[in-house]
Ligand binder design. Structure first.
Ligand code: GAL
Length: 420
């Protein structure tokens, strides 16, 4: 039998242990802070797939959404955070912006996870150009979007008597005409510089073909930029302007998609993130809405890839960051996410089985364009030239679209804008 004293000691020891356990700091939960501009219904639904996957792994998601299609506002918010010495864990980013941040020396090195998971072998080279800086993986690509798409409301086209999908510019104009005459808004558009530039991507490809697009908007050849073909591009932009309703100024892209979804408008020329809005509204491709390449651009793809750039974080946050990077590159995730987002996987080894017909077409078009060398970076979405030049082009295109400068002046200004 234990003496009273012994019992007392034991009790004390027990108490001491209990107190010590209570005093132990709870193991900090892993977390990531992610800056992005995916705030529309379809975009948020897609992002939820990633959030959910991380949460299943015990990683808390701290959301930092900065609204604004194309990501200009998000990039401004990012600069403020980095200047304050407090960058987020990961940031949604496009093309040349990634390389610009790579140069600043503030991004993480993902080479060990990339090597372990064999990213080099499965990510297309065109994307790797933007995911790596000085041979180091600094970003995980989540998708491949493309901008030369048109989205149409099937019922509106039926009512307007548009029976076949236009494949040439003239057929397209004839279809827009019919839709307008039937009392609908022919072209749903939001007057924001990046949206005007998205239209321009497709019109430039359709008018001059892939070589012209490349020479003018990627190589910045002054001859191509100042050519008669460029003049025709602006004339066509002017043609499109006539099919846009009077309230277009400042309208968000997803509101424009909503006009097509709700049978107010016939067409929208927009990247395939628009499909995310149709799906989010429970619309069925082929039945409720149609997707086709900007007339005259079949076989060509102007792409943009959303990548998550990882910033240098403190040692205790690095494990969660690595989990985020590998969750993004997981083949199952790449399928599930892109089915919802409207884009196609950033890996070449993901089957197309889960994708609808527009997604299957997107995957086939991308593979074909890659093979035929008709795959080019989207100017409007940061994959043709760095942000400073992109913004200078935006400015010309938008002023022209709003009637502030004529076709000839716009051509001349494109040439001077390209000089930086
Ligand atoms: C693009 C981005 C897409 C899409 C769109 C509209 O730049 O690549 O993912 O969401 O902006 O916000």
């Amino acid at each position: 039998m234990k003496s009273k004293k012994q019992k007392g000691t034991l009790m004390l020891t027990g108490l001491a242990i209990a107190t010590a356990v209570l005093a132990l700091p709870a193991r900090a939960q892993q977390s990531v802070e992610v800056l992005h501009w995916w705030t529309s219904g379809g975009e948020a639904a897609a992002l939820n797939v990633l959030k959910g996957n991380l949460e299943k792994q015990g990683v808390k998601w701290n959301d930092m959404p900065v609204a604004g299609g194309g990501g200009e506002a998000a990039m401004t918010a990012l600069r403020a955070r980095v200047t304050a010495g407090n960058p987020p864990t990961a940031v949604q980013m496009l093309g040349f912006d990634i390389l610009d941040w790579g140069k600043q020396g503030v991004v993480a090195d993902l080479n060990s996870v990339a090597a372990k998971e064999g990213w080099d072998k499965v990510v297309p080279t065109a994307l790797q150009h933007f995911s790596k800086y000085n041979g180091k993986w600094i970003a995980a690509p989540v998708n491949v979007h493309s901008t030369n798409w048109v989205w149409a409301n099937k019922a509106v086209l039926d009512k307007a008597g548009v029976t076949a999908m236009p494949t040439t510019w003239d057929e397209y104009i004839a279809a827009l005409d019919k839709v307008q005459k039937a009392g609908f808004v022919a072209l749903a558009h939001g007057g924001q510089p990046w949206q005007d530039a998205t239209l321009f991507d497709g019109v430039a490809m359709s008018t001059g073909g892939i070589d012209f697009y490349r020479k003018a908007l990627i190589d910045l050849d002054p001859k191509a930029l100042g050519s008669d073909t460029m003049l025709k591009v602006f004339q066509r932009m002017g043609q499109l302007r006539k099919y846009v309703d009077k309230d277009f100024s400042g309208r968000d892209w997803n509101v424009a998609s909503g006009m097509v979804i709700s049978e107010k408008a016939g067409f929208q020329m927009m990247g395939d993130w628009a499909k995310g809005e149709f799906l989010n509204a429970k619309k069925v491709p082929g039945k409720d809405f149609l997707c086709f390449r900007t007339p005259g651009t079949q076989g060509m793809v102007s792409f943009n890839s959303d990548q998550f750039v990882m910033f240098k974080v403190k040692a205790d946050a690095a494990a969660a960051q690595a989990k985020l990077a590998s969750a993004i590159m997981d083949p199952g995730f790449q399928s599930a996410f892109n089915v919802v987002k409207g884009s196609v996987p950033a890996r070449t080894d993901v089957p197309n089985t889960a994708f609808d017909d527009c997604g299957k077409k997107g995957m086939a078009d991308l593979a074909e364009a890659n093979k035929k060398n008709t795959l080019v970076g989207s100017m409007a979405h940061g994959h043709a030239v760095p942000a400073s030049l992109k913004n200078a082009f935006y400015d010309v295109i938008t002023r022209h679209f709003n009637g502030q400068i004529d076709d000839k002046k716009a051509v001349a200004e494109m040439v001077s804008a390209s000089k930086g």
